[in-house]
Design a protein around this ligand. Structure first.
Ligand code: HEM
Length: 116
């Protein structure tokens, strides 16, 4: 799976953690997470990423459409989030080929996350 090729759960967990540090430093993204428990969110996003990258069979959390429904995420927000995740992978030494695969995988969720 892509998850295994990225280096497994541990690498995905590290990337997700460093990714949220970047997201929270971004003034355009920070407000979305104002009332969110980031420790829990990091755990959920890690689990989801592992699932999305084929490292587990099932996602036990909420439906992404429901989660992001009234959030008002724009394409620009979505692009920024993707860029930060790619940066975090790059910092962990993940190859550009694999980063491209991750970006293609994320792209599948654009239409359910972006609502404005
Ligand atoms: C929550 C996935 C993009 C903001 C979540 C959760 C997942 C997720 C799995 C946790 C669901 C649960 O509670 O069970 C994704 C994916 C994205 C994406 C796969 C893109 C590929 C975004 C973007 C934003 C965003 C672009 C905002 C700029 C949030 C917020 C929560 C959340 C604020 C917390 C909701 C809450 O607990 O109240 N997302 N997301 N997400 N997402 Fe996203």
């Amino acid at each position: 799976s892509l998850n295994a090729r990225l280096g497994g759960d541990e690498v995905v967990a590290k990337a997700t953690k460093s990714f949220y540090a970047k997201v929270l430093k971004d003034e355009t993204l920070k407000p979305f997470f104002k009332n969110v428990d980031m420790a829990k969110q990091t755990k959920k996003q890690t689990d989801f990423n592992i699932f999305a990258f084929g490292g587990s069979e099932k996602w036990y959390g909420r439906k992404l459409t429901e989660v992001h429904k009234y959030m008002g995420v724009s394409n620009a927000n979505f692009d920024k989030v993707g860029e930060y995740f790619s940066e975090s992978l790059r910092e962990l030494g993940v190859s550009e080929d694999l980063i491209r695969e991750v970006e293609q995988c994320n792209e599948k969720y654009r239409s359910v996350v972006v609502t404005i």
